[in-house]
Structures are given as structure tokens and as C-alpha cells.
Design a protein around this ligand. Structure first.
Ligand code: C2E
Ligand code: MG
Ligand code: MG
Length: 464
């Protein structure tokens, strides 16, 4: 009798236990990221809410770290999704390990975005320390073994309740700081400050105006001559973008190109620049060349080689007359992809110029690895060339480097006769700058320009 009752009770108990197990499995699945097993956004937001409520009661704080892996899309695109997943798992492990010893929780918010919330009296300091540890450990060998280049993360931080007493507000602010860190370059960390809110709004406004400007065809290209001091001839022109806005007035390309890069508009703008510049150059007398600036974001995002090929076909411009200006920052991206694209452009007959040379991070090993035909000495060195020994020494060093690598060296931003003479004395025979011509809508008559240069009439063109 007793046994007869005990069996169904035991069976019911087993069923309940099984159901509880299933329930906790379901809970785990809904609240955790399946790839890394870290808490997901839903679970993290709940935790953050509770932590902020506690902080409000205890007069303590909660520091929130939002981080994402720099250039993660490139890894997925070039190495494939399994490599991307392996990197996410390795990074997640670093986040989990970093939080073990403190009152903190790590989560994967989605994609390549991770977060940590730290509670306690010294939450801010602890979070800053965690950020440092994360940056160091993520760059270490284990993570790096998943790809051939060092992994870096960008970090944004906000501390509640000061920067936000509600979970979603604090997340928004840490995310804003993260965007700033991203814009500052790989591996950066930024702490939220209230001015970021207004800056973000004005960036959105700029982006909206820029989108309208593209649609209304308000962007314009100007052309600045490049001179060979030995022959006294204009060898070609650099295309420089201009935007005159009805309310903002002249917006500097440095400002709106940065906005275009962040918002993704750079693809459309860059393709328009390339097409317009090549179209113009195709109508110029041969062998005048056209130099077009391609930003690193545009170079890495779309398929730049295909775009260039299409534009050359459409416009009929001889590839030998096209020069693409890249900056040293591009060389910090996925080396194989950049090498490959530059090699293909070279094989098509297009030359590559390294713009703003000396201001970036280029090491000599980079220079040896990439195929380029021209170095443009940055204006900051040219400014001081006639005044300081240091600038002169830098220019001489770059000119000898150019000779050793068998590439042309051109100095940009030449404004005075003294600068021109100093450059000539340093062995630099190509120049570009206001002394010879400001960027202008139309190019000069080549013969008249040569005669003007020969006569020493330096200013051969003169628009805005
Ligand atoms: P950059 O490619 O190094 O262009 C040279 C900049 O120096 C231009 O400024 C030019 O107007 C200015 N400049 C030339 N000669 C002199 C001089 O003698 N004195 C002084 N003070 N300045 C001189 P700009 O046009 O404002 O362009 C600034 C930067 O914006 C460019 O630097 C380039 O990085 C970017 N940019 C301009 N157009 C484009 C474009 O079509 N695409 C991309 N991706 N970037 C562009
Ligand atoms: Mg340039
Ligand atoms: Mg430059």
C-alpha cells in the first residue's frame, strides 16, 4: 500500500524536476547569447536596472563599459564567419575573466558589441582598470592567433546615476562615448561627457544636410595644379571637394568627409568624386594627370578596384593618367586586403600616392610592403622648411627615402618663394601649393602656365 502511493509521488516529483530543468534551460537560452554563453542584452539590461536601483539606495555608482571590436566586419569579410565567431568567443572569454574578481557582469549586447557593468564605491576606477586590462589581454597572442593582425577594441564608458539613472539612458550615453572612441581610432577609450549629446545632434544635422546636398547635386570639385620645377610644367591636378551650403556657408572637406565616413555616405560621395574627376581629366590635354583622394573608409568598405575599373570604362580615361591618393592610416587596416587592392590598381596602370606623408603611423616596413609611386610631403613640414632646421632635415630625409624607393616626391602646401627654393635645395622637384595655384574650377592652358612659370610669375591660377 505504502509502496503503491510512493511510486506515483516519486514519478510526479521527477516530472516536476524535469519541468524545472527545462524551464531553467529555456530561461538560460532566452537570457544568454548562444555563441559565447554570456548574458545577452535583455539579461544585462535587467541587471543594470537592479544595479542602478541599488546604487540609488546606497549612494554608490555603476560604471558601464560598452566596447566593440575594431574592424570586425573586415575579419568576417576576409577570413570568413567561422574566424569571426572564433574571435567573438575568444574576446568573450577575456570579458568573462576580467569580471571574475570584482562585482561586475559581462555581456554580449549583439554583433561585436560587449558590455560590462561594475558596481560599488569605486565603480568608475574599477571600470577604468578593467578597460585597461581588456585592451591588453585582447591584444595578446591567443586572440591574435585567430587572425594575422592584432585585435583591438574601442571602449566607451558612462557612470550612473550621474550620467544616467536609468539603464537605457546609461546605455545610450556609454554608446555615444563608444562612437567617439571609434572616431578617434582603433584602441581608443572615451568617457561620456554631457557635451557629447549636443555634438551627436549636430553631427546628425550635418549628415542630414550632406545627404540633401548629394541629392541636390551641391557638391563641387576644384582642381589644384602640381608642378615639376625642373621642366617648369604643370604635370597634373589634384581634385578637391567643395561644399557650399546655403546656411552653413563653406563647409571644410575635412569636417564633412569625416561625417560621410561615419555615416557611410562616403561610398556615394567617393564614387561621384572619382567619376567627375575622371570625366574632367578625360577632356584635358594629354598627358595631364588627375589625383583623386580616396579615404580609408571608402577604400575598405566597397570594392574600390571594381569601382575604379567601371569609372575608367565609363569615362574612357587612360589609367596611366589616374593617381589615387591614400593616407597612411589605410596601411593600418587589413594588410592583405590593402596590398591586394593596391597591387590590382597598379597592374591596371594606376599610380598610388601616399598623402600627408609624415603625419601618420607609417613605419619603413609598411613602405616596403605596399606598392606606391609617389610620396606627398605634408604641408606641416613645408610650412617650416625655410625657417627651421628640423623641418629641412625631415624634408631631406623624405626626399632621400623617395629616391631610395624609386618613387616621386612632391611637397604640398608650398606658399612662398623661400619654401620653394628650400625644397629645390633639398632635392624635391615636384610642388603643389598656393604659390602656384589655389584649387580652381578650371584648369590652366598648359602652354600659358609653362610660360608663366618660366617667367617666374608664380601665381598661375587663382580661384578659391
Ligand atoms: P589633402 O588631400 O592633403 O589636400 C590638400 C589640402 O591642402 C587641400 O585642402 C588644399 O586646398 C590645401 N592646400 C593646397 N595648397 C595649399 C597651400 O599652399 N596652403 C594651404 N594653407 N593649404 C593648401 P582642402 O581642399 O580643404 O582639403 C582638405 C583635405 O580634405 C584633403 O587634404 C583631403 O584629405 C580631404 N579631401 C578633399 N577632397 C577630398 C575628396 O574628394 N575625397 C576625400 N576622401 N578626401 C578629400
Ligand atoms: Mg590629397
Ligand atoms: Mg595632403
Amino acid at each position: 500500500m505504502v509502496i503503491g502511493i510512493a511510486v506515483p509521488v516519486f514519478a510526479v516529483w521527477r516530472r516536476i524536476r524535469r519541468q524545472l530543468e527545462l524551464q531553467s534551460q529555456v530561461d538560460f537560452i532566452t537570457l544568454h547569447d548562444p555563441l559565447t554563453s554570456l548574458p545577452n542584452r535583455m539579461q544585462f539590461t535587467r541587471y543594470l536596472k537592479t544595479a542602478l536601483d541599488n546604487a540609488g539606495r546606497n549612494h554608490s555608482s555603476v560604471a558601464l563599459i560598452c566596447a566593440d571590436i575594431d574592424r570586425f566586419r573586415e575579419i568576417n569579410d576576409t577570413r570568413g564567419h567561422p574566424a569571426g565567431d572564433a574571435l567573438l568567443v575568444a574576446v568573450a572569454a577575456r570579458f568573462r575573466e576580467a569580471t571574475i574578481a570584482c562585482d561586475a557582469i559581462a555581456a554580449r549586447l549583439g554583433g561585436d558589441e560587449f558590455a560590462i557593468a561594475v558596481q560599488g564605491e569605486n565603480a568608475r576606477e574599477s571600470a577604468l582598470m578593467l578597460a585597461r586590462i581588456l585592451r591588453d589581454t585582447i591584444a595578446d597572442a591567443d586572440v591574435r592567433s585567430h587572425r594575422k593582425m592584432a585585435t583591438t577594441i574601442s571602449i566607451g564608458m558612462a557612470v550612473g546615476p550621474g550620467d544616467g539613472a536609468e539603464a537605457l539612458v546609461l546605455l545610450k550615453h556609454a554608446d555615444m562615448a563608444l562612437s567617439r572612441a571609434k572616431a578617434a581610432g582603433p584602441g581608443s577609450t572615451r568617457l561620456y561627457v554631457p557635451s557629447m549629446e549636443t555634438e551627436t545632434q549636430s553631427r546628425y544635422a550635418l549628415e542630414r544636410d550632406l545627404t540633401q546636398a548629394i541629392e541636390a547635386n551641391e557638391l563641387e570639385l576644384l582642381y589644384q595644379p602640381q608642378i615639376n620645377l625642373l621642366s617648369g610644367q604643370v604635370t597634373g591636378y589634384e581634385a578637391l571637394l567643395r561644399w557650399q551650403h546655403s546656411r552653413r556657408g563653406h563647409v571644410s572637406p575635412e569636417e564633412f568627409i569625416a561625417c560621410a565616413e561615419e555615416s557611410g555616405l562616403i561610398d556615394r560621395i567617393g564614387t561621384w568624386v572619382l567619376r567627375t574627376a575622371c570625366q574632367a581629366a578625360a577632356s584635358w590635354p594629354e598627358p595631364l594627370t588627375i589625383a583623386v583622394n580616396i579615404s580609408a573608409a571608402q577604400f575598405m568598405k566597397g570594392n574600390i578596384v571594381d569601382t575604379v575599373e567601371t569609372v575608367l570604362q565609363e569615362t574612357g580615361l587612360d589609367p596611366a593618367r589616374l593617381e589615387i591618393e591614400i593616407t597612411e592610416s589605410l596601411l593600418l587596416h587589413n594588410i592583405e586586403k590593402v596590398q591586394n587592392a593596391l597591387g590590382r590598381l597598379n597592374r591596371m596602370g594606376i599610380s598610388i600616392a601616399l598623402d600627408d606623408f609624415g603625419t601618420g603611423y607609417s613605419s619603413l616596413s609598411y613602405l616596403a610592403r605596399f606598392a606606391f609611386q609617389k610620396i606627398k610631403i605634408d604641408r606641416s613640414f613645408v610650412c617650416g622648411v625655410s625657417a627651421t632646421r628640423e623641418s629641412m632635415a625631415v624634408i631631406k630625409a623624405i626626399v632621400s627615402l623617395g629616391h631610395a624607393l624609386d618613387v616621386t616626391v612632391i611637397a604640398e602646401g608650398v606658399e612662398t618663394e623661400e619654401q620653394m627654393r628650400a625644397l629645390r635645395a633639398a632635392g624635391c622637384s615636384r610642388v603643389q601649393g598656393y604659390l602656384y595655384g589655389k584649387p580652381a574650377k578650371d584648369i590652366l592652358d598648359p602652354w600659358a602656365a609653362t610660360v608663366a612659370i618660366a617667367r617666374g610669375e608664380r601665381r598661375i591660377s587663382g580661384a578659391a
